[in-house]
Structures are given as C-alpha cells and as structure tokens.
Design a protein around this ligand. Structure first.
Ligand code: NAG
Ligand code: NAG
Ligand code: NAG
Ligand code: ZN
Length: 498
C-alpha cells in the first residue's frame, strides 16, 4: 500500500512477489527506489508496507535489513582493511623507505583508523527505510584501486593541454609527474632509480610553499604543459633525451621555495635574497640553488648514476632554463629567439638552448592556453598573490604597481594586455617551428583574449552607467554563447540626481 504524503490519498497495490534479490550493496533508499519505479510513483512518495491484516510491515523489514547490513559491513570492512594494510605493507617492503615516505604511510594509516572509527560509529542508526537523506555509507562509490595508480583515462588526458589540473590532490599529482618521467623513457634511458625518483618528487613537493599562486600545483601545471608540448610537437624526434630531461627537470624545479613576493619587492625591500644575489634575478637564482641543494642529498639525487660530465651538462642546462623564467628578461629572450626562428637549426646548440628557454617560458605562463574553466581560477590566485604583495608594499612604504593594486585592477584588465602583448606574440613565434600548436594552444589564447575584451566592455558599460548623473534601474543579461558574452542593459527608469 503506497500513500502520497501530500494529500494522504491511499492506493492499494498488489504485488505478487516470487523472489526479490537485493544486492548486498543495496541501501534502504535503493529498495525504496525500486518500489517507486515498479509502481511508477515519484521518488518523494512515502511508502508503508502493510501485510494482509493491515499490520505495519516496515519494522520487520528494517530489522532484517539491519542484520544483513551489519553482517556485510563487518565483512567488507575486514576485507578492505586487509587489502589496504597489505598495500601499505608492500610499499614499506619495496625498499627501506626513507623518512618522508614513512611519514606518508603513517598518515595514511591514521586516516584509515579514523575512517574505521567513524564508520563503526555510524553503525545502523542510519538505516531508516523512509528517509532519503540518511544513506548507508555508499560502499560501491569507493574506488577499490589504490590511490597511487593512474587510470588509463588519466594517463591519456595527461598528454593534453586540456587536462584539468584542479581535480587532483598532491599525491595524485606526484604520481602523474612520476608517470611522465617513466613515459618519456627518462627513467630507463638514464638508469634513474625509480624509488629515488619518488623520493625526489616528494622532496620537491615539500619545498614548494602554500602561496596562492606559486605553489606545487603551479609546478605541476608548468611540468604538465611541458609534457604536453613534448608530445604535441614530437620534441623527442628533434631533441636528445638529455634535452628532454633538462626541460622536464627545470619545469619541476623552476619555482622552488617561492616566497610569494616578486623580484621587484625583494630588491626594493632589500631582502636577504636580494642581498645574496646582488639584485640579479634573486628569486630564480634561489629556485635553482634550492633545486641543487635537493640533488646534493644522495637519497633524492635522480642523477646519482650519471658520470660527472653528464651531470655538469644537466646542471648547466637546468640552471639556464630556470634563470630564463625571470620575466624581466622576456624581451631579450624572445628577441634572440626571433632572430633564429626563420633559419632554425636543430644541430646548433645555441639555437636549441634558446628554444628550450622559450619553451619553459611558454609553459610557465601557459594558464590561459587551458580551457576557460581551468584557466580562470588561476587569475584569482595570481591576483590574490599580487594583493598580498601590494598590501605589504603599502605598509612598508614601497612603490606599488597599479596592476597589483586591489583598488585598481580587475580580472579583464589584468589579462588582456598580458595575453595580447606577451602570450600571443610568444606562442605565435613558436608556432613558426611547430605549426601544430596553432589549433591546440594559440587558438585558445585568441579566444581567451576575445572573451576578456568582451568582459571588459561589460565592466566599462557598467561603470559608465553608475558614474552618470542619473540613476538607472537596469536589468542586465549575460548571454553566454560559447565564449562570447553579450550585455543587454535595459534602463527601466531614470531619475535626475539633485
Ligand atoms: C513530490 O515531487 C513532485 C514533483 O516530482 C512535486 O510536485 C510534489 O509536490 C512533491 N511532493 C512532496 C510531498 O514533496
Ligand atoms: C561516536 O559517536 C559519539 C556519540 O554519537 C561521539 O561522542 C563520538 O565522538 C563519536 N566518535 C567518533 C570517532 O566519531
Ligand atoms: C613585481 O612587482 C612590482 C611592484 O612591486 C611590479 O612593478 C613588477 O612589474 C612586478 N613584476 C612582475 C614580473 O610581475
Ligand atoms: Zn612559475
């Protein structure tokens, strides 16, 4: 008998059931849904089950369900705990893990314990046949694969600039980075110890600070874009594996220990870094120095098997690339590349070095190449870091750049100039060598520029309206068609201001 709560109308229903088989993963809600589907009633219907004498059937059913659920939950928990412990044990066994990894295991185990405790606590109180909101822990939604394994889908997506960089926790980004080194053949070709690679990446992670922008996720983005470009432009056919190793490693290390305040601030505030490096690219020098401090620890040195000559080459190449990420040198580097690009010679070392510098620069500032939903949050992160700096500059009486001032900058104004005068010219120059980037990288930049220009027109129109001597009461509509916004302002009343 099912009755709809809203108007207490009952309808009788005779179900001739031979057998109903519920999976052990079924929650009361699933059972209810089954009834609703079978009877064609809406999901929010209140269902009561009465036996032929009119007795409420529900309690019996709940009790049975409870018992089953209890039994299953205990078994499941047992299996899961056994599996996860086995996995952890295996990881410990793999080799004498060093402190960082053991810390990670420890925190994993702690999390596991807490999860078990809270799951036990929830016990059976959630098993109410009538309540949609209190679901039994939906066990089937918990993936059974270990967290450190990447799915084939992720592995495929990782090769493209459209990869959604926001979906992943640090652990997962670390696995992705690890995968790239394996996939490019670097681990094999250079005989890199795979465990050292893991430890090195963990150490890299720990040496990025939690800045709004210059954090580990930014490091991941830049490296992932580098990986995408290596795949897209078939760079492995043009470059040696040493060059590929330098490109990847420089990308991973390029902002290590970034303090969140830029070179100009360091110099104006006469910070320790500026003093140490005589105002010459203090940050980039620091990122690089930290990178090689990490390599100097033997347990994190992925180059441990290299002969001294090869190490020297990698070190020099990596330093050159990290130092090239100083935007103060943008004009100089791009001009030098423009002079070479029309007669580019892949056998000329100077040409190749210059191209590598441009490539890491491209990746470093490539957020706007990504799909709009991925790129846009980065603008907020960057502005947050800028505001942090300008606020501090105001307090300390240092010069403040208007584009960093929270009073003056907006998202469109911050992006338009940068896309038009920095990003597009640089990527269009690279396009001369690698025409395949036009569709995948340059076109998204053009679309992003157009979108921000339209957003700016909207901002300007709004400012005009509000700075007028009239009060307009208006509705405005944004029509989002692909990347274009249209603004419709309909004044529905105007009033002279006295
Ligand atoms: C149940 O949902 C239907 C729409 O699916 C709605 O019209 C009705 O008001 C809802 N009833 C209750 C009691 O929420
Ligand atoms: C278990 O539940 C009790 C009361 O419902 C609560 O006081 C206790 O903190 C809970 N424990 C955990 C581990 O959630
Ligand atoms: C760094 O900050 C200063 C303001 O202190 C600004 O003028 C300069 O353009 C900034 N540099 C970069 C590369 O953003
Ligand atoms: Zn960077």
């Amino acid at each position: 008998l099912c009755s709809s709560k809203s108007y207490y109308r009952s309808l009788s229903l005779f179900l001739f059931l031979r057998s109903v088989v519920f999976s052990r993963f079924c929650s009361p809600c699933d059972i209810k849904e089954l009834f609703c589907t079978a009877t064609g009633l809406s999901r929010n219907t209140t269902i009561s089950l009465l036996d032929s004498t009119g007795e409420l059937f529900q309690n019996v059913l709940t009790q049975v369900a409870e018992q089953f659920s209890r039994a299953f939950k205990i078994n499941e928990l047992k299996t899961e705990v056994t599996n996860r412990l086995a996995m952890l044990e295996k990881r410990v066994e793999l080799e004498g893990m060093k402190v960082v990894e053991i810390e990670k295991c420890r925190s994993d185990i702690k999390k596991l314990r807490e999860e078990m405790a809270s799951r036990n606590n929830r016990s059976v109180t959630s098993l109410s046949f009538l309540d949609d909101n209190k679901k039994l822990t939906p066990r089937r939604d918990v993936p059974s694969y270990p967290k450190y394994m990447l799915s084939q889908q992720t592995i495929d997506a990782l090769r493209k600039p459209t990869f959604d960089v926001w979906l992943w926790e640090s652990n997962e980004m670390l696995s992705c980075l690890e995968h790239m080194y394996h996939d490019l053949g670097l681990v094999k070709d250079f005989n890199i110890n795979p465990i050292t690679l893991k430890r090195w990446l963990l150490c890299i992670h720990d040496n990025y600070r939690n800045n709004p922008f210059h954090n580990f996720r930014h490091c991941f983005c830049v490296t992932q874009m580098m990986y995408s470009m290596i795949c897209l432009c078939n760079l492995q056919e043009k470059f040696t594996q040493v060059d590929i190793l330098i490109l990847m490693t420089a990308a991973v290390c390029h902002d290590l220990d970034h303090p969140g305040y830029n070179n100009t601030y360091q110099i104006n505030a006469r910070t320790e870094l500026a003093v140490r490096y005589n105002d010459i690219s203090p940050l980039e020098n620091h990122h690089c120095a930290v990178a090689f401090q990490i390599f100097s620890q033997s347990d994190c040195n992925i180059f441990a098997n290299f002969d001294p000559e090869a190490f020297k080459q990698i070190r020099q190449g990596t330093i050159t690339l990290i130092l090239a990420t100083d935007m103060a040198r943008h004009g100089e580097i791009l001009d030098s590349f423009k002079q070479k690009v029309d007669n580019f010679d892949f056998t000329n070392e100077e040409h190749v070095t210059c191209l590598k510098m441009v490539l890491i620069k491209c990746c470093d500032i490539s957020n706007e190449v990504r799909p709009m939903e991925v790129a846009e949050p980065w603008v907020d992160c960057l502005l947050e870091e800028y505001f942090m700096q300008s606020d501090r500059e105001k307090v300390e009486g240092l010069p403040v750049a208007p584009f960093m001032d929270r009073e003056k900058v907006t998202k469109p104004t911050a992006q338009i100039g940068f896309i038009k005068f920095v990003l597009i010219p640089m990527f269009e120059t690279v396009m001369k060598l690698f025409p395949q980037i036009e569709e995948v990288m340059v076109q998204p930049l053009r679309e992003s520029r157009d979108r921000y220009e339209e957003l700016k027109q909207i901002d300007d129109a709004m400012n005009e309206v509000s700075s007028d001597h009239f009060f307009y009461y208006y509705y405005y509509y944004y029509f989002l068609t692909g990347i274009s916004y249209f603004l419709l302002i309909i004044p529905i009343g105007a009033e002279k201001e006295e």
